[in-house]
Design a protein around this ligand. Sequence first.
Ligand SMILES: [Zn+2]
Length: 63
Amino acid sequence: MPVHRSPFERLREKFDESELRCQSCGYVDTDGKWRVTTSGGRVRYRFVCPVCDAVETRELQLE
Ligand SMILES: [Zn+2]
């Protein structure tokens, strides 16, 4: 049975594959994952650097 994937799931996959790099200290978390929250048509991605506690965020608007 084919699996239907929503735009959100495709976006999430793209982010899951992207590098988690802290903009503040340059640390790359190879085992880390974005934390995902959704509200309305928006998807927020959040990553807290384990080294310096800087917070990286991305926000996407779903069509
Ligand atoms: Zn950092």
